[in-house]
Design a protein around this ligand. Structure first.
Ligand code: NAP
Ligand code: HSE
Length: 445
């Protein structure tokens, strides 16, 4: 049944959007919706209107001039308004965002969110709630900024058994690593720049310590393996332990240092991990610089596919959020069975998969030691490796400090089991001649 305009009768003449958050991303979304030729109306042919915008602080100066009456500090102005059909949540954090999303979905409102933390922690529950209420819940912007990876894993790549995902999915970290490696910028200065550019989370610890990437990997892996993983399943190390010497040695040995988020299947179980890694300089992931993100998916049918694009920032993230909004508006006119995304399928529908502990990892390792510059020290270190059945690939000794009789030794290994390497590092730290195990970084070939 259609109205004379050709629009199905159960679609409102004007589709109203409530926007929760007017920060880096919200401002981009609001500006796009308020444009004379908004892509949402242009593409869908429907009249889509921004009806309310929720903020925390009404007195804060904004980067955008909103029509009068749009701003509110009361979430009920959106959640309890029956004329608001779609809620776009770009506030961040779990409290109160998660309860707002539940309230919106329970009321049958469609939801678009950029919130990776909520989706990683409560995605399956929210998707089930969306399904119960026949509402759309879309979250493309939660991973990879402007890169369309979430929808592709759910739809275009769904025919594949996913062998692995190897990714750079935190723009702030990649920006910092790039600045440190190529511009000799200090960690603190590079972080400040990333914050000024709007890439960093409200609490940048989440970026730096790998937590943001772990949330995103949880979402990607849950979609790829159709299994509801917890973010605690992801082994996670940040970039704060990296020092300028590590970048120098990496370059000398032919590698770049990148914070990688990896999910792969090993003998029917999944390994999930985020850590800074040495990546061969000629590999595509080594060339992903600045705020750019990349996701390499290895599928049984498609082989290796690489997604590359801006992983954070106002415009790229707006692209993903508004793309979802367009999808929701399109879905609102469909009377056929809901699409996978609309129905909230994805996580949970596959077989339960075990998660392998990090100790099971087989990798090559870079190890940097601060040792006493005395005869026989190298032999003792070599013995610890030998006792652990760890084969040494190369040894470098560059910096010696006669005044303190210390030297810096760098060792790379052949593939070894992480558990054995960790034991060896503990044993080495106990040797009187080893002053410090300065760093251990995995080498991803
Ligand atoms: P942001 O700049 O910090 O903006 C957050 C907005 O939400 C602000 O307008 C804030 O209001 C509002 N807000 C926060 N808590 C609120 C509360 N309790 N009640 C009412 N309003 C509240 O954050 P953002 O960078 O735009 O990020 C938003 C979301 O998008 C996050 O989930 C983030 O992870 C995700 N994301 C961000 C990027 C990026 O590049 N920035 C990329 C992808 C995904 P006030 O303005 O009054 O403080
Ligand atoms: N803080 C995040 C990042 C924003 O730096 O990648 C995009 O999710």
């Amino acid at each position: 049944m259609t109205q004379s305009s050709g629009v199905p009768a159960d679609i409102p003449a004007v589709i109203n959007v409530g926007l929760m958050g007017l920060g880096v991303v919200g401002t981009g979304v609001a500006a796009t919706l308020l444009r004379k030729n908004s892509p949402v109306s242009d593409v869908t042919g429907r009249s889509v209107r921004l009806k309310k915008v929720l903020v925390r602080d009404l007195s804060r100066p904004r980067d955008i001039d909103l029509p009068p009456g749009l701003l509110t500090a009361d979430a009920e102005d959106i959640l309890a308004d029956p004329d608001i059909h779609i809620v776009v949540e770009v506030m961040g954090g779990t409290d109160p965002a998660e309860s707002y999303l539940k309230q919106a979905l329970s009321a049958g409102k469609h939801v678009v969110t950029a919130n990776k933390e909520v989706m990683a922690k409560s995605g399956p529950e929210l998707l089930a709630l969306a399904r119960e209420n026949r509402a759309n819940l879309l979250f493309e912007a939660s991973v990879g900024g402007g890169i369309p990876i979430v929808g592709c894993l759910m739809n275009e790549l769904a025919a594949n058994d996913i062998r692995s995902i190897r990714s750079i999915i935190n723009g702030t970290t990649n920006y910092i690593l790039t600045r440190m490696a190529h511009h000799r910028t200090s960690f603190q200065q590079a972080l400040r720049e990333a914050q000024d550019l709007g890439y960093a989370e409200a609490d940048p610890t989440n970026d730096i310590e790998g937590i943001d990437a772990a949330y995103k990997l949880t979402i990607l892996a849950s979609l790829a393996y159709r299994c509801a993983f917890q973010h605690e399943d992801v082994y996670c190390e940040g970039i704060s332990k990296l020092e300028p010497q590590d970048f120098r040695y990496a370059q000398e040995l032919g590698y770049a240092i990148k914070s990688l988020a990896i999910a792969n299947l090993v003998d029917g179980a999944v390994q999930l991990r985020v850590y800074p890694a040495f990546v061969p300089a000629e590999h595509m992931l080594a060339k992903v610089d600045g705020v750019y993100n990349a996701v390499e998916v290895d599928g049984s049918l498609c082989g290796q596919v690489l997604f590359h694009g801006m992983g954070a920032g106002r415009e790229p993230t707006t692209s993903a959020v508004v793309g979802d909004l367009i999808e929701v508006v399109r879905n609102m006119g469909r009377h056929a069975a809901p699409s996978r995304v609309q129905a909230g399928e994805g996580p949970q529908n596959g077989p339960a998969l075990a998660v392998r502990p990090i100790g099971d990892l087989q990798a090559r390792y870079y190890i940097r030691l601060d040792v006493a510059d005395h005869p026989g020290v190298l032999a003792q270190i070599a013995k610890v490796f030998g006792d652990g059945q760890i084969s040494i690939a190369a040894v470098l000794q560059r910096d010696t400090h006669p005044e303190t009789e210390s030297a810096e030794i760098v060792i790379t290994t052949h593939p070894a089991k992480e558990e054995s390497v960790q034991h060896a590092l503990q044993a080495m730290a106990g040797l009187p001649q080893v002053r410090k195990v300065s760093n251990m970084i995995r080498i991803e070939e």
